[in-house]
Design a protein around this ligand. Sequence first.
Ligand code: RIB
Length: 292
Amino acid sequence: MAIWNLGSINIDHVYRLPHLPQPGETLAAHGYGLGLGGKGANQSVAAARAGSVTHHLGAMGAGDDWVVARLDAAGIRTGAIQRLPKQATGHAIILLDAEAENAIVIHPGANRAIDEARLTRDLAGIAPGDLLLLQNETSAQPEAACAAKARGARVIYSAAPFDLAAVCAVLPHVTILAMNEGEAAQLAAAMPQGPGVEAMLITKGAKGAEYRDLRTGAVHHQPAFRVDPVDTTGAGDTFAGYFAAGLDQGLDVAQALRLASGAAALKVTRPGAGDAIPSRAEVEAFLANQPI
Ligand code: RIB
């Protein structure tokens, strides 16, 4: 089996601040870093480091080769990444406070200019049993989800950044809908009849995560592991990528949740996004010392 990911690729500019700025406030950063990011790229790094064959579908500008080199180094199949000469590679401005919380501004650039005809050709290899990952930072989400479902693949949609119209456009093709609990509450208010998917994966920050099987009614809870956070950026992406890889590798839901939770916990102890996602060996070593 394999994971395919139509996902954003960003260059993250990270500014460490004493607190997040108020409107009209000017603040001097006491730290700066530049690294690999984008919810999509982060999920691909997580899935590949978890040990799954991972194809990244997405787009970048013509330069920034170091980004592709870093994805290659993580073991991701990068041949389908579109290089669009008239577009800038997406980037994110990430403000990080002393409590490791963040505020993020993104410039989508190439992520929202994907060539749909080429994407459809590149998705032709997706097979029954494969997984397609999507997040809400690229164009062509419904088209990719529809093509993947038609070929018998399962679709996991991370509704982040949350936008109700974007969720509704992709929902008919989604198998598992992933979101945080605030977004799940917004969706429930807008859609009291339910989203019509097989399952929902709800992340709850320090309270852990929950997988709701909407066909059987079964609910699996996974508590969060206690760590000292330094940077929460990309923790949700790490969770989603590791969870998908767990399912891809035949783990049951409870096992995949524990694996994903361990990976996300380790991630928040490290600065950065894509570059900070732990390897499978690191996650297994961490989990060996955690309560069952
Ligand atoms: O989820 C974290 C990611 O969101 C960052 O890496 C940033 O690029 C934005 O896409």
